[in-house]
Design a protein around this ligand. Structure first.
Ligand code: CUK
Ligand code: CUA
Length: 620
């Protein structure tokens, strides 16, 4: 291994295998750069005053950004929407966790959705991927995985809200998430943690028989169509551009359960799944049904991996590879070394014919310490985060293929980031036609870059301009962010068309207009239908009886964009957000007699404070 473990006192808490002194960078990049082969003085590090006169990095008041960036929120469970290049946070979209400003998890529809998806109160959102048609963003959906509870969620980009979550059978920890292109036929959930299959009490102490799966999810129905069992843990994934191959990195080919055993061998696998071959196996009934899903055996010794059309190919790469991404032209899959200073370039086209999939390895650029994730500018360059070096390295993909073997020659330039980057993402990097202007480095540590706010620091998302190959990369912005973005997708603003108000036809709830207000009560159930508008609810008081199960159906009848109301009910743990033309329903038990002032929590007008109504609960 290229990495030696230091003594305990030197170890960094985030990356315990690395002596701390090796990766805390002091000054500018200049010193670190001097030793780089292929470096031609185009370093931003030695010239902090790099002119960006031609580049508009700021967005004036009242102006719009050029891009939407969808950042995952890690274990906050949400998605954040930024504008680029301003890096302003435009919106937060709760996904796996209840959130009161959106009334997400408080009304009947969203609380039932969260309940049906396992009833967990949190998730670990890592990889937001936006749906594509013909290898370009179509603005329909974003998908994101839950690494904690083995789930995949779908966000509707008309309303910027989560509209479906699937609890993936047989997966405990869905890590990688991505789409099979060109047309998002499937969303793949890459299972990380190996568990007994099914995990029902069998094989508890026999780790060798644990397995993990990839799951193919239909983006329209969010049903899991099939899964594939594999050897080893899986990590990140990316789909080919041509609809055939899907790639997943993995570690723990040892099938161990401790860290030291998991990294004892020198190689692990990049797995290449042949999607049509898997579909044929499913079609032919060559699967076992586990957890209600057809599961195809893709382990190394499976009979489905014999013959000339194996369902899964195991490519040997240096130990514990982390990120994998397919180049915009669809030619290569590039896996990053993590514990090894190289990346592995796999020629996708030759995979189908190769007798030994290792023959498809065509390049191994030596990039630096701790390579994690790779993004693209569409001009033949790759950008890889170096977690340990705290840098982003720009390198030439074809030069890596020409070099063939391990080489530093493809490296063009490195830039310091602050500090310890995980993912990075370039504008439209996941499409066939990246924009090549902006890149965000999602740095796990900010250390001293911001005002101190206690022992928990923000992370630092840094904006880097990559549009000028002569001048090189330029760091233009630091953005503190709350724990803990892992990945992002950056989409041109004109490819997304959000609704300004709700279309009642898109949801099941019954629209309650001025004429439709009603209170009915039958068999201990009360149904209240009312509207909300500036500055009143449909009823000034609502009377029910102690013990009633009360359903309130409430519509915001405003036609005006941006006039939101809510219905907050004290002591009943209820706050439902109501955007213009939106109807929501909430059901609760009126279990304590008394008077409860229902009010509107959005500041909707000068008389917002007076927008209220009484819930009167009479003793039974
Ligand atoms: S993983 Cu977190 S930095 Cu979940 Cu994509 Cu690499
Ligand atoms: Cu409606 Cu405040």
């Amino acid at each position: 291994s290229a990495i030696d473990a230091g003594s305990d006192s030197e170890r960094d808490p985030l990356f315990s295998r690395i002596p701390r002194r090796d990766f805390v960078k002091a000054g500018a990049a200049t010193g670190a750069m001097a030793s780089l082969a292929g470096c031609t003085g185009m370093l931003s590090g030695d010239d902090e005053s790099t002119s960006l006169t031609d580049v508009k990095t700021d967005v004036d008041p009242g102006e719009h950004d050029d891009y939407y960036a969808f950042l995952s929120g890690g274990h906050t469970g949400e998605i954040r929407v930024y504008g680029l290049p301003s890096m302003r946070q435009l919106m937060r979209i709760p996904v796996f966790q209840p959130e009161s400003a959106r009334g997400y998890g408080y009304d009947d529809r969203t609380s039932e959705m969260l309940e049906d998806a396992g009833g967990y109160s949190w998730g670990d959102a890592h990889h937001p991927r936006v749906s594509q048609t013909d290898n370009d963003y179509d603005g329909r959906w974003a998908f994101v995985n839950d690494k904690a509870n083995g789930r995949m969620a779908r966000i509707n980009l008309k309303y910027f809200e989560t509209d479906a979550i699937v609890d993936i059978p047989n997966q405990q920890g869905t890590h990688g998430a991505c789409c099979l292109l060109p047309d998002t036929k499937y969303v793949f959930g890459v299972g990380e943690f190996r568990v007994p299959m099914p995990n029902d009490g069998r094989d508890l102490t026999d780790p060798d028989s644990y397995t993990s799966t990839i799951a193919a999810i239909n983006p329209e129905t969010m049903n899991v169509e099939w899964e594939v069992l594999v050897d080893g843990n899986m990590d990140n994934g990316d789909g080919g551009k041509e609809g055939r191959w899907f790639f997943a990195t993995g570690y723990n080919s040892e099938h161990a359960v401790t860290e030291s055993e998991m990294s004892s061998t020198d190689t692990d696998w990049l797995k290449a799944f042949d999607v049509p071959a898997i579909e044929e196996a499913v079609e032919a009934g060559e699967y076992e049904e586990i957890g209600g899903v057809p599961v195809v055996d893709g382990t190394r010794n499976s009979s489905l991996n014999e013959g000339d059309r194996p369902v899964a190919r195991y490519i040997d790469v240096s130990k514990s590879p982390h990120g994998v991404s397919v180049t915009p032209d669809g030619k290569y899959a590039i896996a990053s070394g993590k514990l090894d200073p190289t990346a592995t370039v796999v020629d996708i086209e030759t995979l189908a014919e190769a007798d030994d999939p290792n023959e498809s390895i065509v390049g191994r650029p030596r990039l630096g310490m701790g390579p994690l994730h790779t993004a693209y500018d569409g001009r033949g360059h790759a950008y890889t985060t170096l977690f340990i070096d705290s840098q982003v390295v720009k390198w030439d993909i074809e030069a890596a293929v020409e070099a063939g073997e391990e080489s530093t020659d493809p490296v063009i330039e490195k830039i310091d980031v602050h500090y310890n980057p995980g993912h990075l993402i370039a504008a439209e990097s996941y499409t066939a036609d990246p924009q090549g202007d902006w890149l965000i480095s999602l740095n796990k540590l900010s250390k001293d870059r911001f005002l101190p706010v206690g022992p928990m620091h923000p992370e630092n998302d840094q904006l880097i301009y990559i549009g000028d190959d002569e001048e090189g990369m330029s760091l233009v912005k630091d953005t503190p962010s709350y724990a803990e973005p892992h990945d992002a997708s950056i989409v041109s603003a004109d490819k997304i068309d959000p609704a300004k108000v709700y279309d009642p036809a898109d949801y099941d709830e019954e629209f309650v207009g001025h004429e439709d207000i009603d209170i009915s009560r039958e068999d201990g159930r009360a149904h209240v239908k009312m509207y909300s508008t500036r500055n009143e609810f449909g009823f000034e008081e609502v009377t029910v009886t102690e013990g009633d199960e009360v359903t309130m159906t409430v519509t915001n009848i405003e036609q005006t964009a941006d006039i939101l109301h809510s219905l907050a009910i004290p002591e009943h743990d209820i706050n439902i957000k109501l955007a213009p033309q939106e109807t929501r329903e909430v059901t609760f038990t009126a279990d304590e007699p008394g008077v409860y002032w229902m009010y509107c929590a959005f500041f909707c007008s000068a008389l917002h404070l007076e927008m209220r109504s009484r819930l009167i609960v009479e003793p039974a």
